[in-house]
Design a protein. Structure first.
Length: 674
């Protein structure tokens, strides 16, 4: 249903009836191409069996995903795709759909403008099928238990934008007066009363209703005698409110709230609560609310007293600390060079022949990055700019943000190099710019999101597969340039729990699943292809400088020498304990040709037990009986989604280890340096 108008309509019980409807009086599940929300004016819906009005965008389960595309049920380009974890409300991926290819059973491969991240949960990864409508009902009532749900795919552009509900009356429902889950919506001059929730912004991930709305205005309304007068938040499949911040830019002004009911704002970014009249004893609850303006409100005509505002704020309890920047380099020091560079007027000048780069000399996998370069094309040819690199195993593969000296174009692309040969894997953006004599480019990478600015104006924002500081920096392709200024910084969020490892940590991200189960934030200190020798090189910058309270170590599967692996792990553990940082050592996972792994594990188990070091044994959890990994958990070196879940469950089931994690971890949410 889309673009539907209801004007001066009435839905009330028939004579002698208790309810006017078994469910919602009006229910708008938007899933059509234009996706416009409904317009309701001067309507009266009374005694509905559920909500008076429910407006939302219909989500669909993720069928499958790979490095190029996700597979869903609909095909629609030029709209924003949003993948949400229904168990926590975490937004896993957002990207514009640029192409759709039809597949079997009304499924489509959907290609985004941004790369598809690893670790998405789909029916294919879970080896399940979509639930029927009845099964969804049974699951929501508890009659059906579902071990895990795939991520839900929503479309922002067709989720009911422009919904208007004005001059309506909604008395005496069994549940909500208005449930609104659509962007750019207005609720104006409505009267709502005598029900559970007067107005609910946000809804039910259990029913695949969404996505999280933004730019919602509620004004000139009267809401009275409800258990909760106004509530925000999303109910997840774990029967708790989502831990992300789903509601953005919420304005509540010039309303009248009557009775004992509370106003509960949960997970809001950008709240304006202004000039409202509260004629009752209810409180204003703020839970995980950022950037709130509360002004001009009254209680029975007097100014709203501060004690009526209760900040039960998870954001305060689990606030994301500001990043620290242990590794820095600039033209004055700390840089490594590839190509031919010479000093020139306080800067550096290259030869302009082939590929030349400047990057941080310190080996590091820090994932919060700030890069800034000011440079001049000495000759208007070639391309130059900044790059962020994936990991040590592919030292030139990553994202390149380049200016073309001849055409003035800005190009955002992913590149790789093998045997000296360059390949452009994907071009995300080409945009003509007016270049200056000296151009300044800035790149900031946070939590798999990258933003690029040129000469003070943002030109590209998108996702990247967890780039690292390793060899990220300035790059030139056949471009003679004079670099006037260059600064590179790598950082991370201090405190909490940090996972220190190789690709199983970096890209399989078992710690994310563990964090969800344990309710803690766990940072990603992984570097794909790392062995213990390389890990030692970045121990000080990537771990100790961040001052975590607990480090979970999974290292050694890439080592060729057993004695070297054991020696390095003992050093790493000893160094952390010297710094009074808690440690948990994890046994290596089963893999093909497991003899070396078995030997390392035997040495670790023996040493940890004798030294009193907490150890968690994953080997036996994933072992197929012959030393390899069980096929259902991946069958190779890297665990699949089911394997990651098994790892997390075994961790939580270990009372000693789980106790350490919950003791040292911050409450709710994940670290953002992942």
């Amino acid at each position: 249903m889309t673009g539907f108008n209801l004007i001066e309509c009435e839905i009330v019980p028939e004579e002698g009836a208790y309810l006017s409807s078994n469910g919602d009086a009006s229910h708008f599940g938007i899933n059509t191409v234009n996706g416009i929300g409904p317009y309701l004016a001067r309507c009266r819906f009374a005694a509905a069996g559920d909500d008076s009005v429910n407006v939302y965008g219909m989500g669909f389960p993720l069928y499958d995903s790979d490095v190029e595309a996700v597979t869903g049920r609909w095909a629609l380009t030029d709209t924003l795709m949003t993948l949400v974890d229904p168990a926590t409300g975490t937004i896993r991926w957002e990207s514009e759909c640029v192409k759709a290819e039809p597949g079997p059973e009304k499924q489509f491969r959907l290609f985004g403008a941004d790369p598809v991240p690893a670790g998405l949960v789909s029916h294919a990864s879970l080896k399940t099928r979509p639930l029927t409508r009845q099964e969804l009902t049974d699951r929501s009532t508890g009659a059906l238990r579902v071990p895990a749900d795939p991520d839900t795919l929503y479309r922002y552009g067709i989720s009911g934008p422009g919904t208007v509900i004005t001059e309506c009356e909604f008395p005496s429902n069994r549940n909500n007066g208005i449930t609104i889950q659509s962007p750019n919506a207005l609720i104006d001059s409505c009267t709502i009363g005598n029900m559970v929730n007067g107005i609910r912004a946000g809804g039910f991930l259990t029913w695949r209703e969404g996505p999280p709305p933004y730019n919602l205005t509620i004004r000139n309304c009267t809401v009275r005698e409800c258990r909760t007068l106004l509530e925000t938040g999303y109910l997840t499949t774990r029967n708790g409110n989502a831990q992300c911040r789903p509601i953005r830019a919420l304005t509540v002004e010039n309303n009248r709230f009557e009775g004992k009911g509370e106003l509960s704002f949960d997970n809001v970014e950008g709240l304006t609560f202004r000039n409202n009249r509260m004629d009752g004893s209810g409180r204003i609850l703020l839970k995980n609310v950022g950037e709130a303006e509360i002004a001009g409100n009254t209680v029975f005509g007097a100014p709203l007293p501060p004690d009526r505002i209760v900040k039960a704020n998870r954001a305060a309890a689990a606030a994301k600390p500001e990043p620290v920047w242990p590794v820095r380099a600039d033209l004055k020091g700390g840089l490594a060079k590839a190509g031919t560079w010479r000093g020139e007027a306080g800067g550096l000048r290259n030869s302009g022949e082939g590929f030349e780069t400047l990057y941080v000399e310190q080996y590091s996998a820090l994932k919060e990055l700030k890069l800034k370069a000011s440079f001049r094309f000495a000759d208007r040819r070639g391309r130059a700019g900044l790059r962020v690199i994936e990991h040590v195993g592919v030292p030139d593969n990553g994202y390149y943000f380049l200016l073309d000296g001849e055409t003035g174009e800005f190009i955002a692309e992913s590149r790789s190099r093998s045997n000296g040969n360059w390949k452009v894997n994907r071009v995300f953006l080409k945009k003509k710019l007016e270049l200056r004599e000296v151009n300044t480019m800035e790149v900031e990478a946070h939590s798999s999101r990258v933003a690029v600015s040129v000469n003070g104006h943002e030109v590209w924002r998108g996702g990247a597969p967890l780039p690292t500081l390793f060899r990220s920096g300035f790059a030139a392709f056949d471009a003679p340039v004079a670099v006037k200024a260059l600064s590179i910084a790598g950082g991370g969020r201090p405190g909490g729990v940090l996972a220190f490892g190789d690709s199983i940590t970096h890209h399989c991200r078992w710690q994310d699943e563990l964090g969800k189960l344990a309710g803690v934030r766990i940072g990603n200190g992984g570097m794909a292809c790392d062995d213990t020798v390389h890990a030692r090189k970045r121990l000080e910058s990537d771990v100790i400088a961040l001052r975590p309270e607990l480090v979970l170590i999974l290292l050694g599967t890439n080592n060729s020498s057993v004695p070297q692996a054991v020696e390095d792990l003992k050093y790493i553990v000893g160094r952390l304990r010297d710094e009074k940082i808690g440690v948990v050592v994890c046994t290596l996972l089963p893999r093909p040709r497991p003899e070396r792994v078995r030997e390392i594990n035997r040495a670790l188990v023996d040493w940890c037990r004798k030294s009193g070091i907490p150890l968690h044994d994953w080997y036996e959890v994933l072992n197929d009986g012959s030393g390899g990994m069980k096929k259902e958990y991946g069958g190779g070196v890297h665990p699949n989604a089911a394997g990651v879940k098994a790892m997390a469950r075994s961790f939580v089931a270990d009372p000693e280890i789980n106790g350490l994690i919950t003791e040292y971890g911050s409450e709710n949410g994940e670290r953002t340096d992942k």
